[in-house]
Design a protein around this ligand. Structure first.
Ligand SMILES: [Zn+2]
Length: 409
């Protein structure tokens, strides 16, 4: 065990200094399942900079590694099995089948779809530009973060109707998390005139949907690196290995509480940024939330078949634990996902993430029941599997929107 600690320590220093031999864009990357002996192994793996792709604490633990890194893991006593041998090739063959992400939406296709829906259903929708991406703030790209509001009287703020927020794609490579919010949009708009239950939801809720919070990162996945996670802030570095902020570690509540739940190093996949809300993408969400009266938020990530709620930064329950559990039970009844928080031991500690801020920050805004859904059990499911992941999440999401009425801000 001591050896492991020493090795971990050494790697950590090396990673911090030269930073990362790991992420050189030209090296082949593979998806592996790492055999762990105890949950603490995962913290070691994270500390030495291994890019673990799920927040689960229980096997299978999947990570993205280079050949060299896999050898190093083996040398340190961690065996691994290859799941996907060449992620770039997998991406080209299974995901980016037509050079346009196949049936997944590119950023451009998503904007087109939102505009099409807004034009087709003007009486129940309003398309709102809630802020710029980091690259837009630097004048190097022209990407906005878009929210579609769905409600009757969409131009009005109707205080009697609970506000619900649905967000996708904090993490660029989690492509399925754009598709589920878009599917919820289609379900609500296309069925409004023909399904009385949908009509009820739209008429009695204010539903805000942000399908892609991280447009720069998503476009980087489309064009350059299929495994990119963070936004595209350069952090002042030319070297791509030091670029990007993990948007879901950049919220202000308990930001940087420890270095396990987020990282102070730019080269880490969980780099929390220079300061709370340092990123324009998280600021955009903050501004939206502070101006409204949300009671519930659903944030989509992948993957893990999980439904997660606060606290994330410590192993403890909130005062509203029973309510969160009810929501979890409701969402997972059909899809069989596991619900819980860090205290339940199904997920690692994370700090500066959205749910803790949604729920924990209660002065500048209302208390919001913030939950995360980790969709599915595979990394970037092939497009043939997308409809199933949509199916297993849309009905539960509608149930949550209905339940929002019972949540007091
Ligand atoms: Zn994620």
């Amino acid at each position: 065990m001591l050896r492991l600690f020493l090795l971990a320590g050494l790697w950590f220093i090396l990673a911090a200094m030269s930073a990362h031999s790991f992420a050189v864009a030209s090296e082949r990357k593979m998806l592996v399942e790492i055999e762990i002996k105890a949950p603490a192994d995962i913290i070691h793996l994270k500390q030495i900079g291994v890019d673990i792709v799920t927040e689960r604490t229980r096997p299978p633990i999947h990570a993205i590694v280079t050949d060299k890194q896999r050898e190093e893991l083996k040398g340190s006593g961690w065996a691994s099995h290859v799941e996907i041998e060449d992620l770039d090739r997998y991406f080209k063959e299974k995901i980016n089948v037509d050079g346009n992400l196949g049936s997944y939406h590119t950023y451009t296709e998503m904007v087109d779809e939102l505009q099409r829906v807004a034009a087709a259903y003007p009486n129940i929708t309003r398309l709102v530009d809630i802020g710029d991406s980091w690259e837009k703030t630097q004048g190097i790209a022209d990407r906005d973060i878009w929210a579609l509001k769905i409600s009757d009287n969409p131009e009005m703020e109707e205080r009697m109707e609970p506000d619900v927020l649905i967000v996708g794609c904090h993490h660029a490579r989690e492509l399925i998390t754009v598709e589920i919010p878009l599917a919820i949009i289609r379900t609500l708009t296309e069925n409004y005139a023909v399904d009385s239950r949908i009509k009820f939801l739209v008429n009695h809720r204010e539903i805000w949907i942000v399908p892609m919070l991280n447009p720069d990162g998503h476009v980087y996945v489309e064009e350059t690196d299929s495994w990119w996670r963070k936004n595209r802030n350069t952090n002042g570095y030319d070297n791509v290995s030091h670029q990007g902020v993990d948007l879901n570690r950049n919220y202000s509540f308990q930001w940087g509480y420890d270095n396990i739940g987020s990282s102070p190093y730019p080269q880490s996949e969980t780099y929390r940024g220079a300061s709370p809300f340092s990123e324009p993408e998280t600021q955009a969400l903050k501004n939206l939330v502070e101006k409204r009266h949300f009671v519930l938020s659903l944030s989509y990530h992948s993957y893990g078949n999980l439904f997660l709620f606060p606290w994330g930064y410590i192993k403890a329950d909130t005062e509203d634990h029973a309510t969160f559990q009810k929501l979890g039970k409701m969402y997972t009844r059909q899809n069989g996902y596991t619900y819980g928080n860090t205290k339940d031991g199904i997920i690692y500690k994370t700090n500066g993430e959205m749910n803790d801020w949604m729920y924990g920050k209660q002065k500048s805004k209302d208390r919001v029941f913030g939950v995360t859904i980790e969709v599915g059990n595979t990394f970037q499911p092939p497009e043939s599997e997308v409809p199933e992941f949509i199916r297993e999440n849309v009905t539960p999401a509608l149930r949550m929107i209905l339940a929002a009425k019972r949540l007091k801000p």
